[in-house]
Design a protein around this ligand. Structure first.
Ligand SMILES: *[C@@H]1O[C@H](CO)[C@@H](O)[C@H](O)[C@H]1NC(C)=O
Length: 377
């Protein structure tokens, strides 16, 4: 019985203990992990995070598969780029080395004396009689190749009644200074003006002024005070000049008050090349107006001076024999003519040589002796 009793008491106690345990367990705070503390996601957030995680994984897979696909060509591209960059770096290094070496090399010293112009008093005094024309071709030291072309081609046709000079401003570097000195010694055709190199900054004024003063400087030339040149011509370096035709034409023109070239809008002679009779050249030098107004588009400015000074008696515009190169598509282009005086717009060697071939082949005597040998003999 006691066993029963005991057992009959034991059951409720056990049940109570179990209940207590269950209640206790239910009331006690549940054991929590760190993750749950941080995220503590609501049901919705949890869903969202799962979706994003999946998308992220898909994206990564996509990316990895794509990378694998483009890798070979991409690698080649990268390699080529790296090679290019390396070469550039090498080139830079080389250039830096060269420039450092140049810096270390002795500098070209400034020239010992002032540059000489061919147009010295001695040269002027030696001019035997009045010549038809002095031609000044306004150019710059850099264009040595163009000078070589001109000396090799149309200057070979220069008649004795024409004098020809390359006209420069004062050279701005020791190298150019020396170059012009050497060319003067070799060719005797270098005129250096006392002004900086420029085109529309007064170089034309300085040219006519220099010619007027230099060639009038050595006393009276002839007993009857005839000027040394009937005409003075200014020309650009992109022209081909037929000097025999020019001289013949000028000789037929009045020697006073003549303004010769190809007119633009009836207002001035185009700057590619125009000639003035000597009286106008002397006036440009003597009158203060040109000196005071020397800056501006050089061809139009010159016409303005002459008009202002009432210098123009004979306005001679030559339409047919002053023209643009046949290869030039607009403007005054036409084919070469036998009476050609000036061809304009010879911007490159090819067209310059083409004009030379046309005129020189007919004019040069193939059997003439070589000048250098003739001089040595
Ligand atoms: C020179 O100019 C001519 C005419 O404009 C052109 O046909 C030719 O291709 C040029 N030559 C060079 C070497 O630039």
């Amino acid at each position: 019985m006691s066993g029963f009793c005991r057992s009959s008491l034991a059951l409720p106690i056990l049940a109570l203990m179990l209940l207590t345990l269950i209640i206790h367990a239910a009331l006690a705070p549940a054991p929590v992990s760190e993750v749950e503390i941080v995220a503590a996601p609501s049901a919705l957030q949890e869903h969202e995070v799962r979706r994003l995680t999946i998308e992220l994984r898909q994206l990564r897979e996509l990316l990895e598969s794509n990378l694998e696909e483009i890798t070979p060509s991409r690698r080649a591209l990268l390699a080529a780029q790296m090679e290019r960059e390396e070469k550039e770096k090498e080139q830079e290094t080389k250039e830096r080395e060269i420039s450092e070496k140049l810096k270390a090399a002795p500098a070209v010293p400034p020239p010992a004396r002032d540059i000489k112009s061919t147009t010295t008093p001695a040269v002027v005094a030696a001019i035997p009689t009045t010549k038809t024309v002095l031609v000044g071709l306004l150019t710059v030291p850099e264009k040595i190749q163009r000078r070589a072309l001109i000396r090799a081609t149309y200057l070979q046709l220069k008649p004795p009644n024409v004098d020809f000079f390359f006209v420069f401003g004062t050279p701005s570097t020791p190298e150019h200074h020396r170059l012009l000195e050497w060319e003067r010694r070799a060719h005797g055709d270098v005129m250096v003006l006392p002004c900086e190199e420029n085109m529309d900054g007064g170089k034309t004024f300085h040219f006519f002024n220099h010619v007027a003063t230099t060639f009038a400087a050595v006393g009276t030339h002839n007993e009857d005070a005839e000027p040394r040149y009937k005409f003075v011509m200014k020309a650009d370096d992109d022209v081909w000049l037929h000097l025999p035709n020019l001289a013949a034409r000028l000789d037929a023109l009045p020697k006073d008050g003549t303004y010769f070239g190809r007119e633009v809008h009836g207002a001035f002679m185009a700057g590619m090349g125009y000639a003035l009779s000597w009286d106008m050249v002397a006036w440009i030098s003597a009158d203060p107006f040109p000196a005071e107004n020397k800056v501006g588009q050089e061809d139009a400015t010159l016409a303005w001076w002459l008009a202002k000074g009432n210098q123009i008696l004979h306005w001679v515009s030559e339409e047919k024999e002053f023209y643009d190169d046949p290869s030039y598509v607009e403007g005054w282009a036409h084919h070469y003519t036998p009476g050609t005086i000036l061809i304009h717009r010879l911007k490159n060697e090819t067209v310059f040589l083409r004009a030379s071939a046309h005129f020189l082949d007919a004019a040069l005597d193939e059997d003439a002796p070589d000048t250098t040998l003739a001089k040595q003999g």
